[in-house]
Ligand binder design. Sequence first.
Ligand SMILES: [Zn+2]
Length: 256
Amino acid sequence: MDSRLVVLGSSGAWPGAGHACSGYVLEHRGFRVVLDFGYGTVGPLLTLLDSHAGDGVDAVVVSHAHADHMGDLHAFYRARWFGARTAPPIPAFAPPQVRDQLWAVESIDGPDDGAIDRVFTWHKLPAAEYTVGPWRLESADLPHYVPNAGVRLVSDDLVVAYTGDTGPSPVLAELGRDADLFIVECTDYTQLAEPKKEQLHLNARTAAEAARDAGAKRLLLTHFWPGVDRERTARDVAEIYDGEVLVAREGLVVGL
Ligand SMILES: [Zn+2]
C-alpha cells in the first residue's frame, strides 16, 4: 500500500451536483484511516475497499457532528453491522456528539442494544494524544458552531493535518506546523453574491494565511460551498501562500 490520501468528497454543507461532502482516506504503512464521512462518501469508499462490508478500514476519525461530515457514518455503520457483524470493532476518534448523532439516527429501530459500540470503539477528541497504527494522533479544539477537533497525524517520516471545519484561529498554525500535507477547509462564502456570515469557516484569504503561518509544505483546499469557483479560490490562495496548492475533487489521489 503506497502512502497516499484519496478524496471521497470535497463539498461543504450539501454535496452539490457531482460531488460528495467531506471524506478522505489516508493510507500509510499498510494502515488505512478514514477522515470524516460526509454525505455520499461511503459508496466511493466501498469501491476503493472493494468490499460491500467495508473491510479494510483500520480506524476512523470524525472531526465534528455536522451531517456534512458524518451523514454517511451511519451508512458505514450499517455496512459493518449487516456485513461484518462478528468483526472486531473499529477504533473511532471523535467528539462525543458524533456518537450521540449516530445513535439519534439508529435509535428508530428500538432501545440501545449496544450495536454502535460493537461496530466502533469510541475515543474522545480532542485529547492529549493517541497511538493509531503508525501515527501519533494529536488534536485541537477549533472554533466552529459545534465542537470540532482538528487533527494532526504524525509518523516518523510524515505529517498530515486536517482542520475539519473552523473559523480563523492561531491554533491552525500549530495544527499544520511543517505538515507535508495540510487539508484545510475553504468554504469560501465570499464568492457568493450574498455572502453569508463566515466567522466560523475559512475563505481563500484565511485558509491561505493558516497554511502560510503553519509553514505547511502542501495545502489541500476542500469543503467548498456548492457553486464556488474552486480554481478562482486556488488562485486567490496562491497570492498569499507560496507552497503547492491542491484543489480537492472526488477521486483525487495525493501521493505522500
Ligand atoms: Zn461544520
